[in-house]
Design a protein around this ligand. Sequence first.
Ligand code: ATP
Ligand code: ZN
Length: 294
Amino acid sequence: MAKELLRLAIQKSGRLFEDSISLLSECGIKLNLSRGGTRLKTEATNFPIEVVFLRDDDIPGYVEDGVVDIGIVGENVVAETEAKLQCLEQLGFSQCRLSLAVPRGSPVTEISQLENARIATSYPTILKNFLAAHRITADVHTISGSVEIAPSIGLADAIFDVISTGSTLMSNGLKELEPVFFSEAVLVASDDLARRPADDPLAVILAKLRFRIQSVLRAGSRKYIVLNAPNDALDAILNLLPGLKSPTVVPLATSGWSAVHAVLEENEFWEKTQSLRDAGAQGIVVVPIEKMIM
Ligand code: ATP
Ligand code: ZN
């Protein structure tokens, strides 16, 4: 019987490439990535997966058709292609938004004023759906790249494009009108694969991969901290620490003192460490967490 391999499509080169490769590496999946040349696909050396390199725009269609089993791609591209897919994991990288923008000097300040405007975009489907939902009739011009220069060359009155920091908008003399769609990289699978029974060979490999991805993502959003506390401040300090089950408390050699170990969420990290110090914690050590298995 042929060896079962899960085929995963990732972007060949571009904004998703590095983070997709890093995620696989953090999942312990080893790939032979020859530099340069015509890289089409590669089989992992230590996990039953084959990585196929594609243009990001082609990934949803290939997954939908079953040419590959799963893919890593931006939600914006999934929405634009309207492929029938299951989104299995939000991956947290390549965050951006699709927004409407107009030249800085334009009198337009709200979307209702875009009635009959010419809007240039590479995302006509998402834009048309948005305009229809807001009952705005506009002239949508589909162009494949350099959308941000369309107003300055007289091609459009407004644009609808991907923004991450907004610096491209600024340097092209544009102002953001309204964010329409928020996106990040996602792991997608065909409906067919997502519906297979748990003991299906590909479903088994996919479950292993998702388990690893979840462990990596969970760890990435958390920090391990160790601190020293006088015993009379322990109650106040433990109240600040939720912990997985509960924080670990170990007595120190110096009597009247304990060490506390706990896990903090990245987004509450600075607030919490400040409060811990105020409550009497000393010598707070922060350690990155590599994996977190639940
Ligand atoms: P391909 O050659 O694969 O078609 P591309 O030029 O369409 O590549 P990239 O510019 O590499 O695509 O962007 C890939 C994805 O990265 C986008 O679809 C989007 O989800 C995300 N992204 C994040 N920030 C930005 C940004 N500032 N501009 C464009 N895309 C961004
Ligand atoms: Zn693309």
